[in-house]
Unconditional design. Structure first.
Lengths: 282, 290, 282, 290
């Protein structure tokens, strides 16, 4: 069952790569906002991190992840604990959570922006979601980012137009805190997997998706990416993982998350210039 | 005590410049009928505190709002509330942008009579940089700095519940009451619209009384408006109205709020419900799947 | 029905006098700790203050007070709201409550003591209940006291051995507070009814129970009591009130609250030197 | 993950000098079987934080306690816990006496990772005068002074629940869970004894899941001990044991804790339950009427 699949979509590759971000987390609430992060957290819980906790995205903690989309009338959600939004913050502030989200901007410090673009704060050029729970998530527990369209509008030069979440920025470090208190665990995109483990918390390339080059990643990132000597290829999903993903996503919502739903195995140099859908943050 | 009143009587209790809390979450269980009654009034200069959806968007578009205290304003499946977005991008409103949890702490501080609750949330972000009113303080017990999230004291709150009795005992039987208990406790006056008006004896069953999330002393007035949360949801009674929210969102690009209100608002909730297909149609809207 | 009764116990007189403390309260949680205060709050709710709120002393708010003691199997408590102990404090801190309690000491400032007597704080001579909720009650909402045995051990000279609740003591007034923020509403004893409405918040005699003299009250109070020119006699219970009290207390627990359960109509000068039972505070 | 363990394994996780939170309230739903296992151990110098009953009295009398953080220690129908009283009057223990609500705020501050929560509770009383560690602070938003109730951070909490599964999902179906959710959240480790051990599927029914008051990630270990709250109550399963508490109280005047423990404690919970008449007798104790 654990044989690597030869045919899989880029979305499926990303789901597996995102799932890896939760490896070793143990018993924490895994919150994946958006189809690919949610399927990733569910896959991790169904396979190598069985102690993860997950909600139904509404008001209940589940012992078993719900499949996405409309479920058959006889589906019984495996509820185990009431988990209304007010209680979510008891969990957030305890630190026993790992969220994976998709901000609109991510700067070289790992600071992210979900609030507004351009203009002034009183009158932004583009109003977005607002800070939502990003400030609290970012200072309370580990967080990972999923970016379905890796480009230098997301990974932009300079600092975020609005800093919604704390990052590794010495100039903004609160009194009594250390940069090492901040835990931006993993950044997964349609091109590669990264973290902030480079020198001085510089963003670092961990693996390239099949057919993607270091140059592509750097060209599409508005600041220098630390590239280790050896950069492996992002592992392909196993057939077992693909079947679990298919069961978790019976309506194939994953096919609509990356523009044109390309294959995960791409001829070198080619990449879809996908535009990430708005929202999806949380 | 009989706290029953009409939506018009609720709005008559409100004053220009008040700070108004609105319960619910995004497109979920919003007191929209009470919001519509405000749209029919000449009330203005409101400061609105909410986990915002179309309630905030409509009030902004209709010129009722001076300032919004928010962490997001969203319709969930339509992530960006169209009229709130317009209000922000035109610079028409002041804002205090906070984290979702900070808002909860601010409501609790008000409910508990505290000036603030300290939190690390917001440190290192523009939440602090753009909110000069948010003070950062030292702790007498450690060497860290902390955000002193101030009490969000509300002159009045508007909340929609599943059912209530005439004395103000309110039940939210849906899976999540969101932060509505804190909106009720943080406010000087709390006005509730309910889908069902019941006898007090309905709550004698402990399983029913468990779902009463604040004391009747925190409820000022009760308005019986079946379907009053439309187009937002009142799970388990009805879901939110996806086609209506799509039409609402489209109006922001074509015709604006005046066209939307012209088509739907009407002179009363009865007219509104006729304009959207009637109560049976509202009650027939299926629940969203998350 | 509203005719004054000619035969009633001192306990019943006290219940009616205590009930009067809640008059005008409107929609607040009436908490009477101990048999007489609880019956008093229940009587007020059943008659002239129907909007009062009351719990079952366990975890539920009731629309109708429960009778005291064992109830018949077919009794259905009129629950209306879950009110576990954690939620009680949401109510306390909102100020929408009026509690009636029986502290061990009450000094001239209206400060009370439920914690400890004598010795040092590290090693008190007599350990009592502890502060319980007294500090929070006293600074958050109106409070009244019921004292079943009026003597100068309860109303003692000097200051309480341990100040469990804030009173009208200028030396302890917190910064930014006013003495008028404090609301000790009513003090009911087996001799009389008092409040702190005298000059400079001095304790003041409001009414004398039948057969009790001003001298008796002053002799049994360790500090000067302000006595207005005209001091009325505490009104006798009405026959209607007595029947409601009897229904609320079917096992006649009220007969055991004041030593020897004397009549409310006493020959002048005579009074039982009752010793108040320990506890009862809350 | 299987979190089942024995009471002895729980106590083996505890260390001298730890700060221990104990759930329940007075004579109600106390984790007495776990307390008894501590009495059988050589654990000492504990700081105990509790809404105290016989749990606190027994630990004090047995010399396990260095300090008690309390608002009261009481058996309700016997207002003054006899052994706590002796410990105080002999000066054997340090204390931090606080208001019931202050303790709740301290537990919440610990649960939320806050250094303190401001409150007016305690101002003007000896709670402040006798607690030099309780700081009084100014607010950046007003001119009043406020008590900064410090976080009550617990090394471990002991809690008794109605039922749990092996993964640490705990249900308190009785009318009040008291502050047990905050004891669980305020602690580094939370050890739970349960009257019933159930399958996870038991909680799939939302009415059952509603009565789960904290997440399994806040439960470290689960010990299946039917009747484990005796002599305290576990409403609705059984009431508190009035005759037993009377005998316990009498022992303080005649024979002391050694005589009480000699007569009842035994070498194991099995022996203890034999000494008090067996599980059926415990389960037959009627609920108190309030």
């Amino acid at each position: 069952m654990n044989t690597a699949a030869t045919e899989y979509s880029l979305a499926e590759l990303c789901i597996v790569a995102c799932a890896e971000a939760f490896r070793g987390d143990g018993e924490v609430l895994a919150t994946g906002i958006g189809v690919i992060p949610r399927l990733a957290a569910s896959l991790a819980m169904k396979t190598f991190e069985p102690d993860l906790m997950m909600t139904d995205s509404e008001a209940w903690m589940l012992s078993e992840p719900n499949p996405l989309g409309r479920r058959s009338a006889d589906h019984v959600p495996a509820r185990e604990t009431w988990m209304g939004f007010s209680r979510i913050f008891d969990n957030v502030w305890s630190g026993k959570r790992h969220a994976m989200l998709g901000p609109t901007q991510i700067d070289r410090f790992g600071q992210s922006n979900t609030s507004a673009l351009g203009g002034t704060y009183r009158q932004p050029k583009v109003m977005m979601l607002g800070a939502r729970g990003f400030p609290g998530n970012s200072i309370s527990h580990p967080n990972s980012f999923f970016v379905p369209a890796h480009n230098n509008r997301v990974f932009m030069e300079g600092e975020c137009d609005f800093v919604s979440s704390i990052g590794y920025n010495p100039a903004r470090l609160p009194k009594g805190h250390s940069l090492d208190d901040i835990d931006i665990r993993r950044v997964i995109t349609d091109l590669c997997v990264m973290d902030f483990g480079g020198p001085g918390h510089q963003i670092r390339l961990l693996s390239l998706h099949p057919g993607v080059t270091v140059e592509q990643v750097q060209e599409n990132t508005g600041y220098p990416v630390h590239v280790p000597n050896a950069v492996p290829t992002t592992p392909a999903p196993t057939t077992e993982q693909l079947s679990i993903i298919a069961a978790l996503d019976p309506h194939n919502q994953r096919a609509h998350q990356i523009k044109d739903n390309p294959s995960g195995v791409r001829p070198s140099g080619v990449r879809p210039s996908g535009v990430r859908p708005p929202g999806g943050a949380g | 005590m009989d706290k029953r009143m009409t939506a018009a009587e609720v709005v008559a209790q409100l004053r220009d410049g008040m700070t108004l809390g609105i319960g619910g979450w995004g497109p979920r269980r919003k007191p929209m009928a009470l919001v519509r009654e405000i749209l029919r009034s000449d009330l203005r200069d409101l400061t609105v505190v909410a986990y915002g959806g179309a309630d905030v968007g409509m009030l902004c578009a209709a010129g009722k709002v001076k300032k919004v205290v928010f962490a997001f304003v969203s319709l969930d499946f339509i992530p960006l509330e169209p009229y709130f977005r317009q209000a922000r991008q035109s610079g028409a409103i002041e804002v205090m942008e906070v984290d979702e949890g900070m808002m909860l702490l601010g409501l609790r501080a008000a409910a508990w009579g505290l000036p603030f609750i300290p939190t690390q949330v917001g440190l290192g972000t523009d939440i602090i940089a753009h909110n000069p009113d948010l003070k950062v303080i030292d702790s007498p017990y450690d060497d860290k700095e902390w955000v002193a999230m101030p009490a969000l004291r509300l002159d009045a709150s508007l909340i929609h519940v599943d059912r209530a009795d005439a004395r103000g005992v309110c039940q939210i039987a849906g899976p999540d009451h969101y932060m509505d208990d804190w909106f009720a406790r943080a406010a000087q006056q709390t006005f509730v619209s309910c889908d069902e008006l019941v006898e007090t004896s309905y709550f004698h069953n402990p399983e029913q009384a468990r779902l009463v999330h604040w004391e009747r002393s925190d409820t000022t007035g009760v308005v019986h408006i079946p379907g009053g949360a439309h187009p937002s949801s009142c799970n388990p009674l009805y879901g939110f109205d996806v086609p209506h929210f799509k039409a609402y969102t489209a109006s922001a690009k074509d015709g604006g709020i005046d066209a939307y209100l012209q088509q739907y608002l009407g002179a009363s909730e009865e007219e509104y419900q006729q304009n959207v297909g009637g109560l049976d149609a509202i009650r027939a809207i299926e629940l969203p799947t998350y």
